[in-house]
Write a protein of this length. Structure first.
Length: 492
């Protein structure tokens, strides 16, 4: 049957539950996670008044008069006054379209995501209509600049397949670095650790750059799965079981294979995850993590450092980490709203969140609004369709109705709270976490999967920066500090 789970057969001579190699507790961070025995200075030394300037001076100075930004023509956040991004470079990789520029300023428009000239909707529809996986095709498109024919795609997949295994000796070191509440933090360290196993890690030739990108595409799903498994093993005080390598799988199947293990997954679940990976693969040079990649790459540093920095950026709750905050917010709304079908009740609670009177007190409605998209986020439009179908199959229609209500009502609530008529739409994060939950993907893996998918885009932008712009990125900052006379210690 089409949607029956794929189950892995045991290797010869093995019977459940011994399908997976086991790393003893003595060789892994699980059961051995020891926190720093030395408390932070503010705890060990305390916070007497003499330390006030040290701890508060820098943050107080940072709270500058907002008028100074206008006076000096500073574009805060590299944004123009109308919210559009300051042009920082040229790219042939991606166009994130959300508005038109006219004589009257920015005119809102329906969102579109265009990769190397192809609309994301067409790329997704093409893969789905032919009942095949599309992420690898998108990856090839981003890296090579053209859509692959079957022979080129087969060659691409083979090159990824031969790099799935981790370097000899890596697993004796890597598990000791996995003890963390953040799998994104683990992915950063794991990526930097791979630098030590590369014979020419500082080689920035096109051939080596592509090889590193292919290697990380092959290995990051396994690395993330080991980190997630170690996290769970530590919480349950169990030994760490390492997922075996299964060749010939797509990226989506690989992720589900290592996370689901012997439980298996259905073809439809893999197709939905593949769509998510396609939607997350690339989103323009101006998004924070990709710009981080370009900034580091412009210095000529190695690929591992650039990608680790991008992961650090993506981890932030204002960027890729937003999908985790969205899930928490939806949980909170569900706890305080009796019926997802009661728009008045849902709207009233969203108003409390916007007024900083509920949820996390920030006043932010996560999953709503975007730096570029105005009327619609094409990724959210696409994934909503798949989320609705999957919700029906998983018995999660009520959760979907609540998310759909938030999508309809939250923009108006935000406009009301901010006193603006600027169009707002749901972004992809509003549905991403929900889809991952329905695929039984642990919450700590939501952003790492985003990172795994986005690696293709990061690699494409890194190479465009290395071989195209080829100039270190160094914007200017206007100093507003006043000149002061130095005073001897006795006179201070």
């Amino acid at each position: 049957m089409e949607n029956e789970p794929h189950h892995k057969a045991p290797r010869p001579g093995l019977v459940p539950p011994y399908f997976r190699p086991v790393i003893p507790a003595a060789a892994t961070s699980a059961l051995l996670h020891v926190m720093d025995v030395s408390p932070m200075p503010s705890v060990s030394v305390g916070r007497p008044p003499v330390s006030d300037l040290l701890y508060k001076g820098g943050s107080d100075l940072a709270m500058q008069d907002q008028a100074l930004y206008e006076q000096h023509g500073v574009k805060r956040g590299l944004r123009n006054a109308d919210g559009s991004g300051v042009v920082a470079g040229l790219t042939a990789i991606c166009d994130v379209h959300g508005y038109h520029r006219t004589e009257n300023g920015v005119e809102p428009d329906e969102g579109d995501l265009i990769l190397r000239g192809y609309h994301i909707g067409d790329l997704v529809a093409g893969a789905r209509s032919e009942r095949r996986f599309g992420y690898e095709e998108v990856s090839y498109l981003l890296l090579a600049g053209e859509l692959p024919d079957q022979a080129e795609l087969d060659d691409f997949n083979e090159r990824i397949d031969v790099r799935r295994s981790l370097p000899r000796g890596y697993l004796s070191l890597f598990p000791r670095t996995t003890a963390s509440s953040s799998i994104m933090n683990v992915l950063q360290r794991a990526t930097l650790l791979l630098y030590a196993f590369d014979e020419a890690p500082d080689d920035t030739s096109p051939e080596h750059e592509v090889d590193v990108a292919l290697s990380l595409l092959a290995r990051l799903p396994r690395i993330a799965a080991v980190a997630s498994t170690a996290y769970s093993a530590e919480a349950a005080q169990e030994q760490l079981r390492i997922p075996p390598i299964t060749g010939g799988l797509s990226m989506a199947e690989t992720i589900l294979d290592v996370l689901r293990g012997d439980a298996g997954y259905t073809p439809e679940e893999a197709q939905v995850l593949d769509t998510m990976l396609m939607l997350h693969a690339e989103h323009g040079g101006g998004n924070n993590s990709t710009f981080s990649t370009r900034v580091l790459s412009s210095s000529g540093t190695d690929a591992y450092s650039a990608y680790a920095a991008a992961m650090g950026s993506l981890k932030g709750p204002k960027h890729g980490g937003a999908n985790y905050k969205v899930g928490q917010m939806i949980d909170d709304v569900a706890e305080h709203v009796r019926s997802a079908g009661d728009d008045d009740e849902v709207r009233a609670y969203l108003r409390r969140i916007a007024a900083k009177d509920a949820f996390d007190g920030t006043g932010l409605l996560y999953g709503i609004g975007h730096a570029v998209y105005t009327k619609s986020d094409p990724r959210a439009v696409l994934i909503r369709r798949y989320a609705a179908k999957l919700a029906g199959q998983k018995g999660m229609e009520e959760r979907f109705r609540l998310i759909n209500a938030i999508e309809r009502l939250a923009p108006g609530v935000v406009q009301e709270a901010r006193g603006t008529s600027k169009p707002l739409c749901a972004n992809v994060d509003l549905y991403a976490g929900f889809v991952y939950d329905m695929l039984d993907i642990p919450a700590e893996m939501h952003t790492p999967i985003f990172a795994i998918a986005r690696l293709s885009g990061w690699a494409a932008h890194r190479m465009e920066e290395l071989y195209g712009a080829s100039r270190i990125i160094r914007p200017a900052y206007v100093s507003v500090a006043e000149a002061r006379d130095y005073a001897p210690m006795a006179e201070r």
